[in-house]
Design a protein around this ligand. Structure first.
Ligand code: GLN
Length: 485
């Protein structure tokens, strides 16, 4: 059942929020041995929130999300609930504050179900680096029992939504971490314009690229969730001081006459034919819905991944300097202060996190700052200009979401770059800070979901939702994972 449907049933008192919360908690707990999507529960908090929702609903009151159990990526601080960003270094950290995004969701009546596991500090595309162990996708290739990745870094959220364990979840997208797991799990993943959803109270990864957003079952659900999550936050300096448009209404807007851009630069070497075919299918669907297809060029696309992998580690190395064992989470005592820092960080951070800190520190170092970091900022500007030029001609751009379907959890990558390639279609929208969403659009030959991506200009989430809803209508994607867990 979708979030829109369940909130209607709650309002009609066909189901109570407490029954729903109890059922959801049991299903979530029962799924843990197989899927391992969740990393923290707080039964008391869940039931207290559900009771409060029932009291409101009984009086005919209630917000957009009233009574619906929702999962929260472990990057968002939920007051009193362990928040670790799936890293050992934050083990035991219980924030005494609430992130703005979750605070807004609770104000709309959302019920906290659980925290979801993620790649450590949101670095990755597979969910294999969570300190609580792999998250396993509810999907399996036809005729195979092999464990698949749900994608990452918001893989726990995507797995939970796709397995019908919650009615929606939060994610964060720094280079694709909402859209790639959504594409891998047949769910809808969206991020708005940079600053649309506040980063306050979300563990910082790469601050100029981090975008909170929803993972949902339908485009409309993703609009409802983003509606609740978005809005100006005086506590966050890059939060947009603007009113939130009506995203939900935008889902019902006609796309007739819209111009949809297709950029040849997104046709990458070695891309499986079925991804190309799906992209063409998407083009045909939008044409049939009355859109005009226009060729656009985004010439700096090929520099997007290298640019991202300079700016991202640079900001990460700076943000992660705060984990020194003194103020948060784990401390490993050493012989003296320096030894304590080194032991704490050496043992608390996993390999990928250490790699980013090393790369980031290197590109920011006095001798290399100009050659790498400053250069990357200049290329970032060019990538943004490519989009600005394209959006003079078109209303939205259509691309595949990922270059492949979900890969096996035991897939062997010879070097980290292979993992980084997962984000080849998604990082550009983070670099430019513009809205982008992934909509499930088809299955590959082995029955695994594939997504199409819609990108729009800054502040135009409404067109993103309208085009996303049109694609969803045409695709008629109803596939679900077979329940094996
Ligand atoms: N996979 C990308 C990375 O590792 C994106 C992660 C994200 O969006 N949080 O940086």
């Amino acid at each position: 059942m979708s979030l829109a449907d369940v909130t209607a049933k709650l309002k009609a008192r066909e189901v109570s929020a407490t029954e729903l919360a109890e059922t959801a908690l049991q299903a979530a707990e029962a799924s843990q041995p197989a899927l391992n999507a969740f990393c923290a529960f707080d039964r008391d908090l869940t039931m207290t929130m559900a009771k409060a929702s029932d009291a409101k609903l009984a009086k005919g009151e209630g917000g957009l999300l009233e009574g619906a159990p929702l999962a929260i990526k472990d990057l968002f601080a939920v007051k009193g609930v362990e928040t670790t960003a799936s890293s050992n270094i934050l083990k035991g950290f219980k924030p005494r504050y609430e992130s703005t995004v979750t605070e807004k969701m609770w104000a709309e009546g959302g019920v906290f179900l659980a925290k979801t596991a993620m790649d450590e500090f949101a670095m990755g595309s597979s969910n294999k680096t969570a300190c609580t162990g792999h998250v396993v996708s509810p999907w399996r290739a036809e005729g195979s029992n092999k464990g698949l990745t749900p994608g990452g870094s918001s893989g726990g959220s995507a797995a939970a939504v796709s397995a019908d364990l919650c009615f929606g979840a939060t994610g964060t997208d720094t280079g694709g971490s909402i859209r790639q797991p959504a594409a891998f799990t047949g769910t809808v993943g969206a991020k708005g314009t940079y600053g649309r959803c506040s980063r306050w109270g979300a563990v910082a990864f790469a601050s100029s690229l981090d975008h909170p957003g929803p993972i949902a079952k339908t485009v409309k659900d993703s609009a409802i969730l983003m509606q609740a999550m978005a809005g100006h936050d005086p506590k966050e300096s890059t939060s947009l001081p603007l009113d939130v448009p009506d995203f939900v209404a935008a889902c019902g807007r006609s796309v007739k006459g819209l111009k949809i851009g297709v950029a040849k630069e997104y046709r990458v070497d070695g891309m499986p034919e079925e991804i190309d075919a799906l992209w063409q299918q998407g083009i045909d669907w939008l044409k049939a819905a009355g859109c005009e297809i226009v060729d656009v060029t985004l010439p700096h696309t090929k520099y997007a991944l290298p640019t991202y992998y300079i700016i991202n580690p640079a900001e990460a190395s700076s943000n992660l300097a705060r984990y020194d064992g003194m103020r948060f989470g784990q401390r490993v005592e050493g012989a003296d202060l320096t030894d304590t820092y080194e032991k704490t960080r050496g043992q608390g951070f996993g390999a990928e996190v250490q790699r980013r800190i090393l790369m980031g520190t290197y590109v920011l170092s006095a001798g290399y700052y100009d050659a790498y970091y400053l250069k990357a900022l200049k290329v970032r500007r060019r990538i943004l200009e490519d989009f600005e030029n394209a959006f003079e001609k078109v209303d939205a751009i259509l691309t595949p979401s990922t270059p492949s379907a979900a890969f096996a959890l035991d897939a062997q990558f010879t070097d980290p770059i292979q993992m980084y390639l997962n984000d080849v279609f998604t990082v550009t929208a983070n670099i430019a800070g513009i809205p982008a969403m992934s909509v499930p659009a088809g299955l590959d030959a082995s029955g695994l979901p594939l997504g199409l991506q819609v990108i729009t200009k800054a502040l135009d989430e409404e067109t993103m939702f309208a085009v996303g809803a049109a694609l969803e209508d045409s695709a008629g994607f109803t596939a679900k994972p077979n329940k094996w867990w």
